[in-house]
Design a protein around this ligand. Structure first.
Ligand code: DOR
Ligand code: ZN
Length: 361
């Protein structure tokens, strides 16, 4: 049995770092273990121009410790203000500022999704332009509101998107490059196993959807640290997800969806959507791949498939993980003294979530 594994430094295909003090607290944590990341644009205000993306990139890079190389790939938020010309400008990388993707959030579904379209299919001009130039579309693939503006059952939201919206999108824009983010349901997995194709239709997987299911989310009351969109699903969904990553498919990559929220928002009566996993994400992935006997597939999933989709080189650095037990016991604390609790934390997690892999210091 492997006691250690050395792989190229990973790439996080889906990361939230926020802004200001929060960004400065969480960015170094991801930068220590990942060579780069696709940075999500659901900030306040949203990133909807190349100029904003450039300023945001600068803010991220300023938070990376000097001795570390970390490449943030920037994205634009598909708001109703996002113009096709802005997408074209960003994709061309004018003045050295390249934008690598456009992210779509369904209106109202999750954190800062109030600027999104209700359905991605409404964004015709933008989609046409993206298809024409080859700009990747990153999908939060859930149907949140129906035609009468009523909220759908959140446990059905991804399934509905897969059954209805995604096929229509792919049919209307056959050349569009699409990533279905944070896959969580058996239906999404079936669809991707059938239709996925490297460079064309890809998907990302979070550590929390691989590690947890509804039994954990409802263990002793609803667990705020596991509250996210898409919701943590059933044991069956999780098994299917594990079985899919075990296959080592070239269109499946790691996207942590690490999404920090201040303690006051996370533990309020209506806990904020988002699992903060940056301190443990890599270790969680290694643990799951070890459990399913797929450590030989870990490097492609973590370090090669993501960069390939975005057209960047994998890292030339390596990272070593050791089989060693540990647990997160402290929150991340921002310079404004705000606590951010990681999934798996000894106090606010499920109680005894020992991690079995550790990054070699
Ligand atoms: O749980 C989530 N949190 N899902 C998302 O799509 C957004 C994210 C966030 O930004 O907090
Ligand atoms: Zn996200």
């Amino acid at each position: 049995m492997a006691e250690s594994i050395t792989i190229k430094k990973p790439f996080d295909s889906h990361l939230h770092v926020r802004q200001g003090a929060m960004l400065r607290a969480v960015t170094p944590i991801s930068a220590a273990k990942f060579a780069g990341a696709l940075i999500m644009p659901n900030t306040e205000p949203p990133i909807e121009t190349v100029e904003q993306a450039a300023a945001y990139k600068k803010e991220v890079l300023a938070a990376v410790p000097g001795e570390i190389t970390f490449e943030p790939l920037m994205s634009l938020y598909l708001t109703k203000n996002l113009k096709p010309s802005e997408i074209e400008k960003g994709f061309a990388g004018e003045n050295g500022m390249k934008v690598f993707a456009v992210k779509s959030y369904p209106y109202g579904a999750t954190t800062n999704s109030q600027w999104g379209y209700r359905s991605i299919l409404e964004a015709q001009d933008v989609l046409k332009k993206m298809e024409e130039i080859g700009m990747p579309l990153l999908l939060h693939g859930e149907v949140h509101l129906n035609d009468h503006d009523e909220e759908e059952d959140p446990y059905d939201a991804e399934r509905m998107f897969i059954a209805d919206v995604l096929p229509r999108l792919l049919e209307t824009y056959p050349k569009l490059k699409v990533s279905l983010e944070h896959m969580s349901s058996a239906e999404a997995i079936d669809f991707m196993e059938k239709n996925g194709e490297a460079g064309k239709l890809v998907t990302t997987v979070t550590p929390h959807h691989l590690m947890y299911d509804r039994r954990h989310a409802f263990s002793g009351g609803y667990r705020a640290l596991l509250h996210c969109k898409p919701l943590i699903k059933t044991a069956h969904d999780r098994e299917r997800l594990r079985y899919m990553v075990k296959k080592g498919l070239p269109f499946v990559s790691a996207g942590t969806d690490s999404a920090p929220h201040p303690e006051a928002k996370k533990f309020s009566s209506c806990c904020a959507f988002g699992v903060f996993n940056a301190p443990v994400a890599l270790e969680m992935y290694a643990q799951v791949f070890d459990e399913i006997g797929a450590l030989d597939k870990l490097e492609a999933f973590l370090s090669l498939n993501g960069p390939q989709f975005f057209g960047v080189e994998p890292s030339t650095e390596t990272i070593t993980l050791l089989k060693k037990d540990w647990q997160v016991t402290e929150p991340v604390v921002t310079e404004e003294d705000i606590k951010v609790w990681s999934v798996g934390d000894a106090k606010h997690g499920l109680g005894n979530e020992m991690l079995h892999w550790q990054v070699q210091q």
